[in-house]
Design a protein. Structure first.
Lengths: 454, 454, 454, 454
């Protein structure tokens, strides 16, 4: 519990309390950011004349050494020094002496931790954006390679209309595009320096926080010191973006799981991504993909943790904010790994074209085409829909299908039907014609793929 | 359950099932949007030659009449027609006959409901932004009126450093600014037309969805029809923005509740916003503000509902999506009312300047000023901190305070202290000097208020 | 805002605040419980001599009249009287005069609302238990009627081992049994009277709270008045029980949705529970069941609301507790309707025995049987598992199946195989033999059904 | 990914997939339970003749050796063997050879992991119950030591009526008693053996699962094998019990934080539990207690994770269930540590009796006593309430207080007042008289303390 700063107390910390309060375990990942922030702060102190040039050089050199020691595993955080900040400061004083003892002027752990977390989150966003771009590329590549494969399109998990399998893959692509948009918007609000807010009130020392912000490449600067130390919106917003992304991944995963079942049989996942059973020798399971589905629960849980922690806190820093870190770390790491897992799965999956097209060939899925045929010929759509519905009911009762009907039988259902209707009752023709913008029409999808391949 | 479209079935709906599945109760609010969308669709059908000019005019006229009938309470949604779309279509056919029966060509309830919800959400965002702007104005006005009032600044709910009360109010202002940013970013992703995606695959009719999008003033157009009908990201993102906003409101509320307590006594809420007790005649309670605090739970619950509903859904429209509506409506309405409640409370609160300044006058809050004084004189901050901490411990033991110390006593703690230190040990001087950018310094806060008043 | 009790204020309530704070809309359902509680309280007052026999009779008569007026829709709650308690008290005073004005002695709205909610929740539990018992009966009946139907058992949604369809239905039954257990345990903690706790401290009047508790048939009595008025554990626990129940229902729903798909084709839902599409005339959708799946999100959201509201509240009644009501009501009503919806669906579903048995006939699902055969003959299970896995790999490569193998080929895989193995390679034999307690063995399942039919 | 069981595959696992799928990191804690379960299973196999006595002895000896190796850190789980089960089995085969290779007969990892988690949870409950009992004892001890201290009782964080500080502490005690009740009820549903359910269908080997259940001291036995492997209700229920407990802890923490503020000043926490500030030398912060408050968010997040993961899973084991483990572990460990933290805090806090009694001495808190006085004398309570409210308003306007009133002035407010009223207007008299069952009356609280000290 910050032994360096316990002069005011008459008793040493209780060992259980010390461990309960410490945040070092998860915070090893903050070390490089804490050091980066301290180097920037040293620059601001130097400009303010609170470190002379020699002292500044000593401090920066020592901080870089701590970073190296940490990278090489020679130096680790110690719970008796409470947190990453006190650990780094203590080591800095060991290495840089009196100059090191000057580093904490005009700052507090409150603005420091806000800074560290912002720098960490900025990197986490960039890393996640990189992975999402990879996933999108794989989706586009697989869509390009399957752009002539027809499969059933579903609503309510019931076969609805034939679509291109590539169109389904590109529907996943659109989700990811929105996720990237949200992450990019969030990044703007992350990219703000809180350094210089001090404990909550700024400082009376003549330090210019714009210097450290610039050194860190942060675009914005806090406008209110009380808000700066207690604001964790950037964490909540990022974890939300991860939650919705992970929800998308759960939906993609659900499709892969369904498609890999014996009943669908649309795809097969490669052996190297599958597990077997300890008891059933025949089993091939897509555990990887099931775990991606499940991890949506994990990230939604992280989001709830964060929002519940923030609820009802009074103004100013409260230690509660420490508990916002584990869900932040967990969400970023879970989402990153899940994106990679699905990228692997989609890259490796084998498309069972014959099975898909067989499933898409059922003529009942062409009912809408018949109704649209009648509409083109001038019949109000609602009447056309009812006429075809009656036809469906009749064929269902007889156990036949639309494709078995003769023009004569169709004409009996509605005199508007003519011979040309027969050419419409195939899945390929149906897909070919759904060429409205954004539709599954073959030339539309190819056009979209060309756009995306640029 | 859509009796207009049950031709394929041999049985009437089960009455319990019909009620369970219907969504009419909460969807009265969608009526104007559904009609607006149908008018735009009529335009696209007309352009495509699927409605002739006379039919188009009849349809638009009938739709406007339905809107009027609904506004005047003469026409209401009926659960046996399942949802807003079938209700409007049925009434349209009653009023416009054969022309009305043509309206559903090239669209489906799947793209229709997505459209209605997007139009509703766009309005909900605009309305919320309007209320937030009102809250910000009240905060700035109250900050201007109290810009000389000093109060304790807190961390860990312990008195930390004196600050301007206006600086605290402006810290709330910053939260709201970020909320507005998130809502504005979200609005871009709401402002996209899904109309023309049909059930999931687009249409074979030559309808141009750009026409309806433009008629509705929607900036974007869907890129993938499967995604367009199942995307509820806009709802989730909006409800998240409401959740974080409501979390901020809960924090502001917590402060108001604390400040109104006898123990703090910093503010008083006006009688017209307070309730009394049915048993304790003396009570004056800030129920309004407590409810704002509690409603953060409500909106976080809405967000969880939405994300949990979306988890693991297979591609294409699933009826599960209907359940995303109640949390969407509830979050928007709760957040809107809560903003208004807090606006009233902040507008009406009486500031107890004397109490605040008395509370801010404790010299222990000036310990940091002393440490910064020593730092200015060249002492490393960590040493300065320890020297002052020892001083605090000593005065605490003796039961005196910093303000009681003589220069001689201070010099004994550190020879660096000189006579000029005494002028530093007042709350006003402390606040005056914290003039770093974003700090609580008097001239800084005034500068900020000038910026915000423009 | 309780105009009856605003004597201490100099201003009338603000109209927006009055509406924001009022809870009358959702609380119509509390009226009978509030009256029941008041009747019981009148009895305690009478025993304490605070109402004389005539006054007590007048009060009870008037309360019964209010109940009738409310049932008949002649009297409704009014938001300007804030809540159900002030509404009932005001009407009581109108009807019973001076005697009515005595009713609030020794109680407060704080203990009153806790009482009303407990009585409401007790009834909600009993009603839900009744519906669950109905669902279990339907499950048992359908299991009895299909106790010879074999279908694939799944793990990871991959076919694993053949099982009885009845065994799957009974696995749902077990979930419900646990839900009933949790509700029954929760009921004990609901069944406690808080009446007499007053605002928070009990009362100085000599009223015995055991009298009202007994009159209400409540088994327990509060032990601490501060706890009694702020405890909403009973609501949280009940809403959790509903959440887990609803999660079970979502799992059952997921199975019904999968089974109704063309790909599985195991069951068909009756027309009267299904909807069609406004655009696709052939569609038959199980919206009812999808909504049950989705509503798990709703109830989990209710639970999160409740817990988040309770987080961090200081001791004693806080108005935040009012916000625990909507999720409580919503969870109970959603769970009740969802149980009924699934009961209908399971009652009405048509079992496609031929399809199920065809799906279960794949010999790869008998791999475990072969491994267990080898184990019976003394081969260590791990070796048996590997031997059969190799066999599976070989048949997969050749495109044949286990059922095609001759004894000679089997012997080549392991000399332990003998001719009797052939009789083992059928789904029916596999199911017949899994007769361990709790297993899917035919006689085991029949035995279980006999137990449950008693 | 279970290399021991990959005979059916032609490719080695992908290294990323292998790590993504593995659960070894968190599962070290399951090792003793997995071994305990295997020893019990060996007994059942031996009884069934599937292990001869010598083999059984070898297996048990080897399992015990693995447990020792693990305790001593000589043997650790390895991610390439996927999970705890495959790791233990592999090591067992290394140590016990052919006998070891027999252990997996008649069981699967699906029933095994359900068993391990149940055994772990049973221990977690017992450990938590132990800590809760410790917290209750400290609460009772501190209540006994402060049973004459009067403090304000609050509603809406406004001073309401004077109460005993001991009564407040005992209100916390009541919450804990209910938490214990829920944990105990949950334990019944944990205490059930799933071993013998196999993968999902039981086994064809003649193994009696009652033998292993009995060896493990588990009271119940699964009734349906499909349910047995997929049921994680016990985890959800336990995590809910932890969530509600942690919510209680957050409320207790909130009180401690408020009471430790300068404004309340009711208590002081001991130095050894507090931290200071890196910048403000005077600060003494109750971080320990703030973290307890925050951790309620963490555990609620765990609960949401669990429920969301379970939502919509189809029947049978799905790998999603693996993700239920981290929230289960986290909730148990967070709750356990938080209970201990608060136990320390309550044990160590210093009660500032003088400050509390000064705060409780305000006569406005005695308004209810005056109203009850009038009620005793026959005035209807509602009239009495209004009379006193008018009195309060008058004194407030004049800036005096109830205690300043003369009998004459009181009589002017209501002729019912007589001289004996003056003796009622003290906090001690108020507390003394609130002697109704469960009330704060001094003799009531002492009586309760005697009950609890037994």
């Amino acid at each position: 519990m910050g032994r360096l700063i316990r002069e005011r107390f008459s008793k040493d910390p209780d060992p259980f309390a010390e461990e309960f309060v410490a945040s070092v375990e998860d915070d090893e990942r903050l070390v490089p950011y804490d050091i980066e922030g301290s180097i920037a702060h040293a620059r601001a102190l130097s400009k303010a004349g609170l470190l002379n040039p020699k002292e500044a050089a000593t401090v920066v050199r020592a901080l870089r050494r701590i970073r190296r020691e940490h990278e090489q595993g020679k130096w680790k955080l110690d719970a008796t020094d409470e947190d990453v900040h006190m650990n780094v400061e203590k080591r800095l004083i060991q290495l840089a002496g009196r100059a090191g003892a000057k580093i904490h002027a005009g700052r507090s752990r409150n603005d420091q931790v806000a800074l560290d977390l912002r720098l960490w989150t900025r990197d986490a966003i960039d890393s996640l954006l990189g992975r999402l771009s990879g996933l999108r590329k794989v989706l586009v590549r697989r869509a390009r390679g399957t752009s002539d494969v027809i499969c059933p399109g579903y609503t309510h998990l019931q076969r609805a209309q034939p679509v291109l399998f590539a169109h389904v893959l590109l529907s996943f692509h659109e989700m990811i595009v929105r996720d990237e948009g949200r992450l990019t918007d969030c990044r703007k609000r992350v990219d703000v320096s809180p350094l210089g807010a001090g404990a909550l009130a700024g400082t009376s020392l003549r330090i210019d926080p714009r210097i450290s912000a610039k050194a860190l490449g942060l675009k914005g600067l806090f406008a209110n010191s009380i808000d700066a130390v207690s604001d964790r919106d950037f964490a909540a917003e990022f974890v939300f973006a991860c939650s919705l992304l992970q929800t998308h991944l759960s939906q993609i995963a659900e499709n892969l799981i369904l498609w890999s079942s014996s009943e669908f049989g649309f795809i097969e996942l490669p052996d190297e991504l599958c597990t077997s059973s300890s008891i059933m020798p025949q089993k091939k399971n897509a555990d990887l993909v099931e775990l991606v589905r499940a991890k949506s629960g994990r990230v939604v849980g992280d989001l709830v943790s964060l929002l519940t922690i923030l609820k009802g806190l009074p103004a100013g820093y409260n230690r509660d904010l420490q508990e916002t870190k584990p869900p932040l770390y967990d969400a970023a790491e879970t989402a990153g790994a899940s994106v990679q897992a699905l990228t692997l799965a989609i890259k490796g999956l084998v498309v069972r074209k014959v099975v898909m097209e067989e499933a898409a060939s059922g003529s009942e899925m062409l009912a809408t085409d018949l109704a649209e045929y009648l509409t083109e010929k001038g019949m109000p759509f609602r009447d056309a829909h009812q006429a075809v519905a009656r036809l469906m009911k009749r064929t269902a009762t007889k156990g036949t299908s639309l494709a078995d009907l003769t023009v004569a039988e169709l004409k009996r259902a509605s005199p508007v039907f003519e011979a040309d209707v027969l050419s419409r009752i195939t899945a390929r023709e149906s897909v070919r014609r759904r060429n409205s913008p954004g539709g599954t029409g073959i030339s539309r999808v190819r056009q979209r793929l060309r756009q995306l391949s640029r």
